[in-house]
Design a protein around this ligand. Structure first.
Ligand code: ASP
Ligand code: CP
Length: 308
């Protein structure tokens, strides 16, 4: 994937690997300027949201972002049932069609690589809003933006990724963005059945990013700056005994919060099931709802970069 640079327009958003520090700074400066703002810079343009998997935050925050910039929205939220996919139409043909109805396509799909397939046939920009267990790059942008807002900078942070690191696409995308930051350390806290894949470990080793694997949060909790908890992705398991082995392995509750440094934060891409106890929500270090709110400004910045 060609890296994005600020001197070039962003064509598609498929993978976190597209971004460098300069392009991230550009997106976050735009997000800062657009937060809480409304104007008509995208008036006359149409965004299509094509979602083959459920979503609350990604679809609605993209739609809100487009409307706040004066654009219009069309879409289907259960594309597998409510579009002509049910008649046997391929993803490629669907994308060719939607390209002539909209100026940008935001696609969520259950197969890794679907967004890249869509981009290959689209005549308008495609945004990957999650492709199966692959990536979720705009989530990673809002996650990194949140770390910057909450802590000033992501440089030098020690982050503990917890939960489902095998199927958790938000983790795959955020690891890549954080590895662009000097001094970052990563701990991957998960039972073996959902530990982070060998490919990601090899990429971190090649990039010289220090990391450790453990199945005990207690090994790292007192030294972390960010806990990034995730849901065990039940829908991705073919063997439910693996799912049972993974669920509830790592849970954040009041007892864990007592061991977490006072300046640390807890993040989660949401939705949460029971991997963060609701008693944690009132702790000022619980950043996950603030994180989700940042999605609107960051997605406004992405749409501005794609279409503005
Ligand atoms: N909402 C995020 C995603 O779509 C995380 C999750 O579903 O657990 O990847
Ligand atoms: N974080 C996230 O992608 O949420 P949704 O699945 O609700 O879009």
């Amino acid at each position: 994937m060609t890296p994005v640079s600020t001197t070039r327009r962003l064509e598609h958003v498929i993978s976190s690997e597209q971004f460098d520090r300069e392009s991230l700074d550009d997106i976050f400066a735009r997000a800062d300027a657009l937060a809480g703002h409304r104007d008509t810079r995208l008036a006359g343009l149409i965004m299509a949201t094509l979602f083959y998997e459920p979503s609350t935050r990604t679809r609605l925050s993209f739609e809100s972002a487009m409307l706040r910039l004066g654009g219009a929205v069309v879409g289907t939220e259960a594309a597998r049932e409510f579009s002509s996919v049910i008649k046997g139409e391929t993803l490629e043909d669907t994308i060719r069609m939607v390209s002539s109805y909209a100026d940008v396509i935001v696609l969520r799909h259950d197969q890794a690589g679907a967004a890249a397939r869509a981009a290959a046939v689209a005549s308008v920009p495609v945004v990957n809003a999650g492709d199966g267990p692959g990536e979720h790059p705009t989530q990673a942008l809002l996650d990194l933006y949140t770390i910057r807002c909450e802590r000033g900078s992501a440089d030098g942070v020690h982050i503990a990724f917890c939960g489902d690191l095998r199927f958790g696409r938000t983790v795959h995308s955020l690891v890549q963005l954080l590895s662009l930051h000097p001094g970052v350390r990563m701990s991957f806290v998960a039972p073996e059945v959902v530990q982070v894949g060998a490919d990601l470990q090899a990429r971190l080793a090649a990039a010289g990013v220090p990391f450790l694997l453990t199945d005990r949060l207690d090994d790292v909790i007192s030294s972390v700056d960010v806990v990034y908890q995730t849901r065990v992705q039940k829908e991705r398991f073919t063997d439910l005994t693996d799912f049972e082995a993974a669920r509830r392995a790592i849970r954040i509750d009041a007892e864990v919060m007592r061991k977490l440094p006072q300046k640390a934060i807890v993040m989660h891409p949401l939705p949460r099931v029971d991997e963060i106890a609701t008693e944690v929500d009132s702790d000022p270090r619980a950043a996950y709802f603030r994180q989700a709110r940042n999605g609107v400004a960051v997605r406004m910045a992405v749409l501005d970069l794609l279409l503005g």
